[in-house]
Design a protein around this ligand. Structure first.
Ligand code: ADP
Length: 543
């Protein structure tokens, strides 16, 4: 997976680590921070109350934060594999370190496995392992903040990406092992944080103050260098870790107090925050990717089908003059093969060959002009004009099939931005389909075309008919290329319409009731340039 990762420029806004936070994202982060702040204030008020030991609490808490931190680190390593940023490598290892340090902390926790904890450690090991764990995270965040603006790594990183990740992870694991060995073996020499299995000495207050200070430094650095969504959430995480350290240490100077339990809950929250955001980002990205792939596939199929249509048309149209050329050339040869060649006849058939050749040339040119994709730039358009022109093209057909048209222009619409010929092509397709559908049914034949402002802010056009409605089962496949229910249909119209509208960053959809006609609707974006000009004109007039 890592090997196949795509190298994305760091400034491309695809991932949490490179995406600039939008205003709603900033608001959400602020809201979460305020909510956690309020909870902290509530917890502080009762934090000194001593509770009993809940045996299941420490294993449950330890397992939860181990799993959270480990998954977060894997997801961040994955982001590193995409962006190749050393800052991300640092923070991924920070999370890995946090996850791995939980193991010795749990093993040495007094009373969890054995009264004095495993690994033969004394009373101080659990505390010092926790202190080291809480030193690791802000240190990783500081490294992350400092490396954020560093130059992009050289090619060595690209060549040995897997090795880079594995070796850095191994290094983190080695640091955890070394710390565990040193702390457990040197337990007797360590400054005393625990007085007994429950109470802490006042020395913890100095250590906790240093740790809170370290988190503050990490927060300030992140604040100064903040750029991405990840930075914002890391700032919240750093604050929550500081809260955890405060609650666990300051209020009662004892384990199993309200503050101690509340601190652990804050620890759990901080371990889950970035994980939630990463998972949300991955799901959203996946949905976008799926939509993009589907749109691309539809477009490709439509193109392929357009190719088929072009070749079928060329074959059909050119066959006739080619047959004439071959027949005339054969006749010419016969006139020449006579004992006395009939040169006048030969001249006559050769003229026929030339005429047929010119005709074939004109046919090919015609088809080419018809299918050539217009590369005209998008312009500011009045949708009413586009509708009017499309209706003018099909006026004869509408009259032949006795279709009444309701298409009052909506003069209050903003101008749109689009390619006139293509949008006209979409309307022509929808109107022709509507006429075809109504032509197969007796009774009232009314074509209504409405335009209005859609709730998305785009202009929406609806083409409604009183025809037979969609065939059963057609709803899901109607936009597929080659889907047709008409004897001489090609099934290309709607597929091409959809790709044109999607190219315009709009949407095309259908709603229908069998027997009551169909409503095709599409949206096209507003021309923002002319909309703001209209607004300033209106202001000007009002003043
Ligand atoms: P074609 O017109 O060549 O069949 P389209 O892609 O334009 O190709 O249309 C595909 C199919 O969608 C039609 O064959 C028809 O079954 C259905 N359809 C399109 N427009 C309408 C409509 N207004 N009412 C009922 N069915 C429609």
């Amino acid at each position: 997976m890592i090997k196949q990762a795509i190298i994305v420029q760091e400034d491309q806004p695809f991932t949490l680590a490179s995406l600039s936070p939008s205003r709603p994202q900033r608001r959400l982060v602020l809201l979460v921070a305020l909510a956690l702040g309020a909870l902290f204030i509530m917890a502080v008020q009762h934090s000194h109350i001593q509770l009993g030991r809940i045996d299941a609490f420490v294993p449950a808490y330890g397992t939860a934060i181990f799993v959270n931190d480990l998954i977060t680190s894997v997801l961040l390593f994955n982001q590193f594999a995409i962006l190749r940023s050393r800052a991300l490598l640092a923070i991924s290892n920070g999370y890995l370190f946090m996850a791995l340090m939980v193991i010795p902390w749990m093993l040495t926790f007094p009373g969890l496995f054995t009264p004095n904890g495993l690994l033969g450690a004394g009373l101080q090991s659990t505390n010092w392992l926790a202190v080291l764990r809480y030193t690791g995270f802000p240190t990783a965040v500081i490294a992350y903040a400092l490396l954020k603006d560093a130059n992009r790594p050289n090619r060595w990183w690209e060549r040995s990406l897997t090795a880079t990740i594995l070796s850095s992870a191994a290094m983190s694991a080695a640091v955890v092992c070394a710390m565990t060995v040193l702390v457990t073996a040197g337990d007797a020499y360590l400054p005393r944080i625990s007085i007994d299995r429950v109470h802490f000495s006042t020395f913890l207050l100095y250590i906790a103050s240093c740790l809170i200070l370290l988190n503050a430094v990490a927060l300030i650095l992140l604040w100064i260098r903040q750029r991405s969504v990840l930075d914002l959430w890391l700032m919240v995480v750093v604050c929550v870790y500081a809260i955890e350290i405060y609650l666990v240490s300051f209020p009662g100077l004892a384990r199993f107090s309200v503050g101690w339990y509340a601190g652990r809950v804050f620890g759990f929250v901080s371990s889950i925050l970035v994980l939630f955001v990463l998972l949300y980002e991955i799901t959203t990205l996946y949905a976008h990717l799926l939509r993009a792939v589907l749109a691309q596939r539809r477009e490709r199929e439509a193109r392929l089908m357009t190719g088929d249509v072009v070749s079928a048309s060329v074959a059909h149209e050119v066959k006739q003059p080619l047959t004439a050329i071959i027949a005339s050339a054969n006749a010419g040869l016969n006139w020449l093969d006579r004992v006395e060649p009939e040169l006048d006849e030969v001249r006559r058939v050769l003229r026929r060959v030339v005429t047929a050749g010119r005709h074939a040339d004109a046919v090919i040119e015609n088809i080419r002009a018809h299918f050539k994709k217009s590369a005209q730039p998008r312009t500011s358009l009045d949708i009413n004009d586009v509708i009017e022109e499309a209706l003018a093209v099909v006026r004869d057909k509408l009259q032949t099939h006795r279709v009444a048209v309701q298409a009052a222009p909506n003069k209050r619409l903003p101008r749109i931005k689009g390619e006139q010929v293509q949008l006209q092509q979409v309307l022509l397709n929808l109107i022709t389909n509507a006429i075809d559908s109504m032509a197969t049914k007796n009774g009232e034949r009314v074509l209504s075309i409405r335009s209005e402002v859609h709730h998305s802010g785009c202009v929406m056009v609806s083409v409604e008919d009183t025809g037979k409605g969609l065939e059963p089962g057609a709803m899901d496949r109607i936009f597929d290329p080659t889907f047709t229910t008409k004897a001489h249909g090609m099934g290309m119209g709607l597929s091409i319409c959809r790709s044109i509208i999607e190219e315009h960053e709009g949407q095309l959809w259908v709603t229908a009731d069998k027997g009551r006609g169909a409503v095709f609707q599409f949206t096209v974006p507003v021309d923002l340039g002319s909309a703001s000009a209209d607004l300033s004109n209106a202001f000007g007039q009002a003043l």
